[in-house]
Design a protein around this ligand. Structure first.
Ligand SMILES: [Cu+2]
Length: 162
């Protein structure tokens, strides 16, 4: 009985060290990215609202989102239906002002950077796409186009979650 438990203990210790060895740094783990403005929507659940957002340039050389201000109740799941009515690519990035500012700097250094973020879409002219987003957090967030020069030309909007 005593010998058996000793053996079992040794085997358990070996198994534990082996497990630790396999979990050593460098193992490609998947991290759960967290988002400032809530979280990616759940396609199994119905959406509470659909909001159409048009991206375009204007004749006086501005670029914008229409609408550029939306108010949402915390807990709502929203479908953003995005349309690029302009003549150049545009993006829709939903994030905190701080995260968009950081991301914008990265885009300035690497204008061709491709991203496939659940909180953003890039649309070619005449393109359309959508994002279903769950607004789980209250706060004031930002929608921005981070293609160099576009934000400065007016491509930003606010999303207030109450
Ligand atoms: Cu743009």
């Amino acid at each position: 009985m005593v010998r058996l438990s000793t053996l079992t203990g040794a085997a358990a210790a070996w198994a534990l060290s082996a497990a630790l060895a396999f979990a050593a740094p460098g193992e490609p783990g998947h991290s759960h990215k967290s988002f400032a403005a809530g979280e990616p929507g759940n396609p199994q659940k119905p959406v509470d609202r659909t909001i159409e957002v048009t991206m375009k340039e204007t004749e006086d050389a501005k670029m914008l989102f229409e609408p550029n201000h939306v108010e949402i109740k915390r807990g709502e799941q929203v479908r953003f239906v995005l349309k690029n009515a302009g003549q150049v690519d545009h993006e829709f990035m939903l994030d905190s002002v701080a995260n968009n500012a950081k991301h914008k700097l990265q885009m300035e250094q690497n204008p061709d950077m491709e991203h496939d973020d659940p909180n953003g879409r890039r649309l070619a002219p005449n393109g359309s796409n959508e994002i279903v987003w769950s607004f789980t957090k209250a706060g004031t967030f930002e929608v921005a186009c981070l293609i160099p020069g576009h934000y400065e030309s007016g491509m930003k909007g606010t999303v207030v979650v109450k």
